[in-house]
Structures are given as C-alpha cells and as structure tokens.
Design a protein around this ligand. Structure first.
Ligand code: PBG
Length: 328
C-alpha cells in the first residue's frame, strides 16, 4: 500500500485576492442597517460642536432638518433623536410638553422626510431632569420606578402625537415596555413601534455623551442600569421586554459587550440593535487625531464586528460617513 499523503490544510488559499475574500465574507455592512443618533438643542440658531465628540454637534431645529434630509438621501436606516432643553426641573416636564424640544423636533423631522426615514426618539427623562436621573425621585432621593413609568407613558403619547415612528425607552425601569405599549395602544397609536434598550449597562464609556446632552447627573445609574460583571440579566431583560411588546431590542454599550450581543441575538426572535456609543466613537477619533490609528479602517472594522456578533441594526455617530464610505 502506498502511503497516502495528507494534504496540508491551507486556509490562506481563500484569502489570496480581494475578490476571493469578498466571495467568502460572512457578513457585510449596509447603510440601511445604520441608525444615526442626533442631538437637538433648544434655543440655538446654529449648530454647537460637542468638544468631547469631535465631528458631532448639537443641532438647531433647522440644521437638524438638513441632517435628517441628508440621512434619508443616503439611505441609512433611521435617526434616533435626543433633546437638549434650555430648562430642566425635578419632574422632567419638558419631556411631556408638546412644545418641548424633543417633541417639536420629531414633528420637524417627520415634516421634512415623511416616510422616507424612520424617526426614532429617546424615551427617557435624564435630559429633562435637573438632577439628571432617568426618572423621578422619591422622598429619599432614589429613582422611583413606578412613578417614573407613569411619566414614560405620557412621554410616549407626546412623542406619538408628534409623529414618531419608533420610541426608544432607555431608562431601564422595570416594566417600562409594557406600560408604554399599553399607553400607545390606548391612544390609538398601535402603529408606533418600540425599540427597547433592554440590555443597558452602567458604563464609563457614556462619558462623552454626558456633555452632548448637557447632563446634570451627579452620582451614577447603577440602580437601574446593569452591572458590567454580569450577562445573565442582559439575556433575561430582552426576553421580558419582548414578552411585554418590544418590537426590537438593544444592547448597549457596543464594542466592550459583543459577547452579550451574541447571546441576546441567539435568545430572541426580534431584530437586535447595538449602540456604538459615545466613548467608543471618541476613542477612535482621539487616536486618529494623534495619527495613532487609521480612522476609516477602524470605523468599518468596528461596524463589521457588530454585524459579525449578531447586530441587525447599529446605532453609530459614524452612520453618515460610513454610508458614504460604503458607497465608494
Ligand atoms: C439615556 C441615554 C444615554 C445614552 C443614550 N441614552 C446615557 C446614559 O444612560 O447615561 C448614551 C449614548 C452614548 O453614550 O453614546 N437617555
């Protein structure tokens, strides 16, 4: 019997040329999967740069309309609006005021682009409260879960009345999705969808965002947001949210939590979004500014990593630029 020579396994064969690599690539990033988070600030008539997030601005109502029109033009998946009000109070009442900045901005965007782009809005009180917490506080200064739910219900109705396509509850109150779904349905807004921030961690990587929304938070959000040391609750909460009527769920932050993203993707049967948050953005921008990293390559690699880990949708401050890079 002649001796049979076992062939050398050569994985490099399929990496030899760009077209071979393209042929076998398992994931891709498309503009339609990207959602642009945008900040709109009350009482300004020109955009204000956010120093902790180079390239990102707080929009005026007019510059927001232009940004949203551009997003629609480029075919990105949607925009997620955050409001920055001029005055805040303990109850976060600007959030439920039909003339509050977030609600008027929703209406502006809908008037500008109609059905050409889903308009999403952050549904949380932290931008509107003078103490900076995501809900209202009880007599001892703790976030009062159930009193907050009542405000979220009103906030959802106000956003729906302004024409929002999708609400994004991000405060991590227990039971928020069910209460918001019921409030929307009772007000005949059955068509408004819910993208639930279901696995949201108490993260240091939100730092630059706090400047973006002029946050007044002292302390932290560790009683409502999840513990970075754990993943079980990050699978459990999306399941609870889907049961309560979430149409999509989100994992946040993104890059340090790709393991969680994969577990959530495998556990639920609705679209899963991941948020490529402010700190992840600013780290790349800062390194690129110093010439320490290839900025465009790092952006595309980051977005590809989200897709590989199972994200159907990625919220990213690079959405516009990435769409332009992908079209090249
Ligand atoms: C809460 C909210 C936060 C972010 C999005 N929604 C801040 C927080 O929970 O502290 C952070 C987004 C980012 O860092 O890019 N409304």
């Amino acid at each position: 019997m002649p001796e049979i020579q076992r062939p050398v396994v050569r994985p490099r064969r399929l990496r030899a040329t760009p077209t071979l690599r393209r042929l076998v690539a398992e994931t891709s990033v498309e503009a339609r999967q990207l959602v642009l988070p945008v900040f709109v600030r009350e009482g300004i008539d020109a955009p204000v740069p956010i120093s902790s997030m180079p390239g990102v601005v707080q929009h005026s109502r007019d510059s927001l309309k232009a940004a949203v029109a551009q997003a629609a033009e480029l075919g990105i998946g949607g925009v997620m609006l955050f409001g920055v009000p001029t005055s805040k109070d303990a109850a976060g009442s600007g959030a439920i005021d039909p003339d509050g900045i977030l609600n008027v901005a929703i209406a502006d965007c809908v008037a500008e682009v109609g059905d050409a782009l889903p308009i999403m809005a952050d549904l949380c009180l932290d931008e509107f409260t003078d103490h900076g917490h995501c809900g209202v506080l009880d007599a001892r200064g703790r976030v009062d879960n159930d009193a907050t739910l009542a405000v979220y219900a009103e906030m959802a109705r106000a956003q729906a009345a302004a024409g929002v396509t999708i609400v994004g509850p991000s405060g991590m109150m227990d039971g928020q999705v069910g209460v918001i779904r019921a409030a929307l349905d009772a007000a005949s807004h059955e068509d408004v969808a819910i993208l639930a921030y279901s696995a949201k961690y108490a993260s240091a990587f939100y730092g630059p965002f706090r400047e973006a929304v002029d946050s007044s938070l002292h302390g932290d959000r560790r009683t409502n947001q999840q513990d970075p040391a754990s993943a079980l609750e990050a699978v459990r909460e999306p399941l609870l949210d889907v049961e309560q009527g979430a149409d999509m769920v989100m994992v946040k932050p993104g890059l340090p939590y790709l393991d969680v993203l994969r577990q959530v993707r495998d556990a639920v049967d609705v679209p899963v979004a991941a948020y490529n948050i402010s700190g992840e953005y600013s780290m790349v921008e800062a390194a690129a500014e110093r010439g320490w990293i290839d900025r465009e390559a790092a952006i595309l690699e980051s977005l590809t990593a989200f897709r590989r880990a199972g994200a159907d949708i990625v919220l990213t401050y690079w959405a516009i630029e990435a769409a332009q890079l992908l079209a090249r």
